[in-house]
Design a protein around this ligand. Structure first.
Ligand SMILES: Cc1cc2nc3c(=O)[nH]c(=O)nc-3n(C[C@H](O)[C@H](O)[C@H](O)COP(=O)(O)OP(=O)(O)OC[C@H]3O[C@@H](n4cnc5c(N)ncnc54)[C@H](O)[C@@H]3O)c2cc1C
Length: 466
């Protein structure tokens, strides 16, 4: 046994299996720690929904570590002070962690490495959150990629990711391990209990992630044809597990080998991280600078209506309510709701990004900001701004029988499918038979589609001309 102790620092890799850094330390005396460092994360500290998830994921991780012989040391505060102190307490020369790519985390890790170095200690970062490190992929001209298709081609031409590592069978506690905080002392569970339905839909932690991966095996063969229909269980629902690293992309890749349509989405995730690593301004600034001149409106009432699922467009409202109640929204509806905010309401994409950040269990800085920029048209390889999703036909196409709207907007449940996505067109008699008075039981449309579309296009023409 290698006698020198080490510190393993868990961050967004809350798993034991296929965790290269942890695996490498399995024979050494070990302290495993997690530090909640909201200050370093600043504006991108975990949102409310993620805090709920993190609480339960840390609980599961702590129990899994206990079963293998060591505890999970919990702390809250400045990592650059806490990590060196813990390393010194156990006499560890080496701290190991999985590399993170969020700009704040990169800065924080630099500060931790410098603080450790003062005492002759080191920070080693392993690749575990991605199939390939963003630095390893470059265009023929030696530049980072800004277009998805050549990026995905380059990624798939890389040597195949090696098979996942097993979880260590046993771990050995370092002597003199200091006492950490109790989980409840991290204060992660939001006081407001809008999350009470989350446990019906999700099981945070590595065991939950493995269950989701096994369930995904059943939907993946039909993924290509089912993935766009939000009323169907046609996607993997792995996103929060992937975000918190309860399952590794390598495990997902090997489980889904051969499922081309699905792997393309996993590659979109890699692409988002590639963009974030090379364009750290992505969460805040449009990647196409002309979008800074877009005549965005400020309209607190419209923003609130969108957040609460009360825009009067049933497909949009269903999505926003699914998000609030379950902490997740189907990708097709994420695109439609995001487009509605940016184009129909002409509100800045950053407002939608911030709401998603607070309410999504899978809120992920790379994926969230890359996708908002994609929808807004301000991303490097984005959907063009003039392609404006029609919230009515999106519903008619992807929720033709209205099952999705009926589930999340139950006040419309009795309306025939023909009018479900445009209740204002329903004859008065039909509405009253369905028990609906528009403006009382369900909102009138907050904007008229054609007018909103014209306004958005005029705004866009303005920034192109200037
Ligand atoms: C406006 C907007 C915001 C989004 N914000 C997030 C976010 O904060 N976090 C997040 O994980 N995804 C985000 N997405 C991408 C996508 O909607 C979700 O990853 C997906 O719906 C998660 O469900 P799933 O696990 O069943 O996906 P599946 O379809 O089963 O896909 C498997 C995995 O691939 C990745 N993936 C799928 N689609 C995308 C995509 N478009 N971009 C990047 N990675 C993708 C995810 O990790 C996902 O878990 C956003 C999309 C939009 C349009």
């Amino acid at each position: 046994m290698h006698a020198s102790p080490a510190l393993f620092w868990f961050r967004q890799d809350l798993r034991l299996a296929d965790n290269p850094g942890l695996f490498g330390l399995r024979t050494r005396p070990l302290l495993a720690a997690f530090v909640l460092d909201d200050e370093a994360a600043g504006a991108w500290a975990y949102g409310g929904a993620q805090r709920w998830w993190l609480h339960h994921s840390l609980k599961a991780l702590g129990e899994a570590l206990e079963a293998r012989g060591i505890g999970l040391h919990l702390a809250s505060g400045d990592s650059a002070e806490i990590i060196p102190r813990l390393a010194a307490a156990i006499g560890a020369e080496e701290v190991v962690a999985a590399r993170m790519y969020e700009p704040w985390a990169v800065r924080r890790d630099g500060a931790v490495a410098r603080a450790l170095a003062k005492d002759g200690r080191s920070l080693t970062l392993e690749t575990g959150a991605l199939l390939h490190d963003p630095d390893g992929l470059r265009t023929g001209a030696g530049k980072p990629y800004s277009v998805y298709t050549p990026f995905a081609r380059a990624l798939s031409a890389q040597p195949e990711a090696p098979p996942p590592l097993p979880a260590p069978q046993a771990l050995h506690p370092a002597a003199e391990a200091p006492q950490g905080l109790a989980l409840d002392d991290l204060g992660l569970l939001p006081r407001r209990d809008w999350w009470r339905e989350f446990p019906q839909h999700w099981m945070p932690g590595e065991a939950g992630a493995q269950r989701a991966l096994a369930d995904a095996g059943k939907v993946l063969p039909a993924y290509g044809s089912a993935r766009d229909f939000p009323a169907r269980a046609g996607t993997s629902r792995l996103s929060p597990h992937l975000h918190f690293g309860e399952v590794s992309p390598r495990q997902v890749f090997h489980a889904a080998r051969g499922e081309g349509a699905f792997l393309k989405e996993l590659y979109w995730r890699e692409f988002s991280y590639h963009l974030l690593a090379h364009r750290p301004e992505m969460p805040e600034q449009p990647l196409r600078p002309e979008f800074a001149r877009m005549p965005w409106r400020r309209d607190a009432r419209a923003l609130r209506a969108w957040q609460q699922g009360r825009t009067g467009y049933p497909f949009i409202d269903a999505g926003m309510r699914q998000l609030w109640r379950t902490g997740w929204m189907h990708n097709r509806v994420r695109m439609a709701t995001a487009s509605f905010l940016v184009k129909h309401l002409l509100l800045p994409w950053q407002e939608g990004e911030a709401w998603f950040w607070d309410t999504l269990l899978d809120a992920d800085l790379a994926n969230n900001s890359a996708n908002w920029q994609w929808v807004a048209g301000s991303g490097v390889d984005a959907s063009p701004f003039f392609r404006i999703f029609n919230p009515i036909t999106q519903g008619e196409k992807f929720d033709a029988d209205g099952a999705y709207v009926r589930e999340w907007v139950p006040e419309l449940a009795k309306l025939p499918a023909k009018f479900l996505h445009c209740p204002w067109l329903a004859p008065a008699e039909l509405l009253s038979k369905a028990g609906i008075e528009l403006g009382r039981d369900y909102p009138r449309a907050i904007v008229a589609h054609e007018e909103a579309r014209a306004r958005a296009l005029a705004g866009y023409a303005g920034i192109r001309a200037s």
